[in-house]
Design a protein around this ligand. Structure first.
Ligand SMILES: C[S@@+](CC[C@H](N)C(=O)[O-])C[C@H]1O[C@@H](n2cnc3c(N)ncnc32)[C@H](O)[C@@H]1O
Length: 249
């Protein structure tokens, strides 16, 4: 690999300099933030709520625990986990994007979830002490992170021994018929939904492309093992459209 290739990463189907990607990702989420929750319901017909519930059920969290929701955006996972850890526990809803986080904070206040705190934080450089959390979650965030290996090492650092990491992310359906239908939906319909409902075709094109560029389940499992996670496993949901990786420190 040439030096130049080492400095490059993908932004959807484009190759870009690694230093440019964070700004490009920021622009996407600045643009989609206002319609983010509506579009999630529309694009998935509400099924993203089941994926998120399924994830939270496997956190093993209990009353009094401390959990970090990385790339937590408007806070869906944080809101669900808030009730589980209770008033003696703590949920840190973190995201690199201030607009997304502001919406998440407003929702947590509206719903009176007093144990949710927010923090602007880059997954690659978390501003938390070693061994602070019983659990770390990241939902639909990891594929946007430029240096995933660095982020995984930082998750490992911030987890308590025995703590659990859950990575929920889009994946690719394996059955050919479903895969063809999914491609048609992703590349032909999704960007048009984005254009119609959010006046933003490009961000939804990026969404479809970034899913295709995300490492396979087996590759991502290897990445977790290389970051020294143990008991790494994964489960696919909805015919492989989404995968949940679970790992322990
Ligand atoms: C698709 S949203 C997911 C939001 C939420 N977790 C959910 O499931 O609805 C992806 C989020 O990742 C955030 N993000 C992207 N790169 C990040 C990074 N390096 N560190 C932290 N957050 C990041 C974006 O700002 C955005 O809010």
């Amino acid at each position: 690999m040439s030096k130049n290739e080492n400095n490059e990463t993908n932004f959807g189907f484009k190759n870009v300099d690694k230093l440019e990607k964070p700004k490009m990702v920021k622009d996407v989420f600045d643009s989609v933030s206002e319609n983010y929750d509506l579009m999630n319901d529309l694009m998935s017909l509400g099924i993203h709520r089941l994926w998120k519930r399924g994830t939270v059920e496997l956190t093993n969290l209990k009353q009094g625990d401390s959990v970090l929701d990385v790339a937590g955006g408007t806070g869906d996972l944080s809101l669900l986990m808030s009730d589980i850890v209770g008033e003696n526990g703590e949920v840190i809803l973190s995201d690199i994007n201030e607009k997304m986080l502001k919406l998440g904070k407003a929702r947590s206040i509206d719903k009176n979830k007093l144990n949710i705190k927010t923090a602007v934080a880059d997954a690659e450089n978390l501003p938390f002490s070693d061994e602070s959390f019983n659990c770390i979650t990241i939902g639909f965030g990891i594929r946007n992170v430029t240096n995933k290996e660095i982020a995984l090492k930082d998750f490992q650092r911030c987890l308590k021994p025995g703590g659990r990491l859950l990575v929920l992310e889009f994946s690719k359906p394996e059955m050919p018929v479903i895969s063809d239908l999914y491609d048609f939906y992703s590349f032909k319909i999704l960007p048009k939904l984005g254009k119609f409902f959010a006046q933003d075709e490009d961000s939804y094109k990026y969404l479809a492309e970034s899913i295709r560029m995300h490492p396979s389940q087996e590759k991502f499992k290897e990445m977790l093992e290389s970051a020294n996670f143990k008991k790494v496993s994964y489960d696919t949901m909805t015919a492989g459209i989404v995968t949940l990786h679970i790992a322990e420190k």
